[in-house]
Design a protein around this ligand. Structure first.
Ligand SMILES: [Zn+2]
Length: 284
């Protein structure tokens, strides 16, 4: 049994990787937008380095092919490289074979760039939706041991999804599911680990949820994106709700993370759950 630790995860994608948007959700147009992923990811790397923290970086295959040096620097700094899919497509909108092809393309690019095996996965936009997704079994068939794609907060997630690290048996074998930190707000499940609701929440509430998880002996999982810390984020054409989801409370991310890391040095999923990394599929 390992001691519970704060786990930081980063979904490494560009600012324009927005699922379902008529302008931005078209891979053929992505090379026409200014790339910001390198300087914004390096800002996160510097923040982690200040507290000698580690993290898991779920990188898109598309990003790894354009910026292999960035993936290599992340790995050389001691962080874990995970897979965020290849073209940022929602997993629940793909057939099993489409999902497998996207996964293989991404992993090949990531392993080429990083020079390390990649066995942890996070679906774009928490898009497995529920434990009934057939893609959980596909992940195990393809050699993945740990997933962090299920959210227990509706409407994106399912209320029946795990609230804490859980071994999910699939037809292909066991998969360790490690969900992001979820707390409660007025009796309802509420995202505490990242995203716009967490950015707009009071810092004391987030800190309390982290302390409570650590007190229960559980490793709380946070997540962020490079575009959330980008001081030169290009303007975007988004409808009001999507604008709130993307930009609301963004200015708080860096100072909050910095204060948090000064109190709790963070680690990666591989270090927090070493038994799963060895392929035994059990929570540490
Ligand atoms: Zn994403």
């Amino acid at each position: 049994m390992s001691a519970a630790r704060l786990v930081v995860t980063v979904d490494v994608e560009e600012w324009f990787h927005v699922c379902g948007h008529p302008t931005y959700d078209r891979p053929e147009s992505w090379d026409s937008f200014p790339s910001r992923v390198v300087p914004s990811t390096e800002r996160i790397l510097s923040l982690l380095e200040e507290s000698r923290s580690r993290a898991t970086f779920f990188v898109l295959g598309w990003v790894a092919r354009r910026h292999p040096g960035l993936v290599r620097r992340i790995a050389e700094a001691g962080h874990e490289i995970g897979c965020h899919g290849d073209l940022h497509r929602r997993a629940n909108e793909l057939s099993v074979e489409e999902f497998r092809a996207d996964l293989r393309a991404a992993r090949a690019s990531l392993e080429d760039a990083a020079g390390t095996p990649v066995t942890v996965y996070r679906a774009p936009e928490w898009s497995f939706r529920s434990t009934a997704s057939p893609h959980l079994s596909t992940l195990v068939e393809e050699g993945f041991r740990v997933d962090s794609s299920l959210l227990a907060v509706p409407p994106i997630g399912d209320i029946g999804n795990p609230l804490r690290p859980t071994v999910i048996p699939t037809p292909a074998g066991d998969l360790l599911e490690v969900p992001p930190l979820v707390g409660t707000f007025f009796g309802q499940p509420a995202m505490m680990g990242g995203g716009w609701t967490s950015r707009l929440s009071r810092e004391a509430r987030i800190s309390r949820a982290i302390e409570e998880a650590l007190g229960r002996g559980e490793s709380p999982v946070l997540y962020l994106h490079p575009w959330e810390v980008d001081e030169a984020h290009p303007p975007m054409d988004l409808p009001p709700v999507a604008r709130l989801v993307h930009f609301g409370g963004r200015g708080r991310v860096v100072p909050r993370l910095s204060r948090l890391l000064s109190r709790h040095r963070s680690t990666s999923l591989a270090e927090a759950f070493p038994a799963a990394r060895r392929g035994r599929g059990v929570a540490a």
